[in-house]
Design a protein around this ligand. Sequence first.
Ligand code: NAG
Length: 137
Amino acid sequence: MRFSPSLTLAGLASLATTSVLAQVPFFGAPQSLAQVSVGEDVLVSVFQGGSNSQFEDVAIALGISQCFDGANSLDVFYTGPFIATFVGTSRYQNFTVTIPSFYEAGQFAQVTAALFTLTGAGAFPALETIAVVLEVV
Ligand SMILES: *[C@@H]1O[C@H](CO)[C@@H](O)[C@H](O)[C@H]1NC(C)=O
């Protein structure tokens, strides 16, 4: 998570408080609208926002999809534990997705991640879903 330098300490404190209930993961890679080719192995880095509260990363599911004339199929390429490496107060894990050979160039594709965590002393369950759109070229 990037903080603007103008953010006050009070602002940081309130962010830290709300993040106990809502830790929003984000993609460190790929970039939004990154250009990818069929057959290419694309690095997918999922970051979980910083928090100094207790937490447990339970599981993550990752999929990729592309719309063709109304047909929409989701290819799940990972389900399992989220085993993250710490970077400062954030943590992340790398995954790799191979762009399916039948994806059409000139169309967008979307990578979706759903991360399930238990947060805080109360083990508050949270499921966050995020997506990033890629351009197949
Ligand atoms: C994730 O991938 C990036 C880019 O290849 C690499 O620099 C980094 O060390 C990897 N991190 C982990 C935890 O594997």
